[in-house]
Design a protein around this ligand. Structure first.
Ligand SMILES: [Zn+2]
Length: 57
């Protein structure tokens, strides 16, 4: 059974729909709208944080 979860991108505030099964701790979700990567911190309750893109060389 697929369950869609709607989250809001902290960067562009866009709506991202992900399947519940894609919410896995330590996995990344990518925002379709701005390409930001969100790291899942917790599955229940769903918590995520934006991955800061550092330009390390
Ligand atoms: Zn975004």
């Amino acid at each position: 059974m697929k369950e869609l979860i709607v989250i809001f991108c902290p960067d562009c505030r866009g709506k991202i729909e992900v399947e519940h099964s894609d919410i896995v701790e330590d996995e990344l979700i990518e925002c379709d709208l701005c390409g930001a990567e969100l790291l899942v911190m917790s599955e229940n309750p769903i918590k995520f944080k934006m991955v800061e893109l550092e330009d390390e060389v």
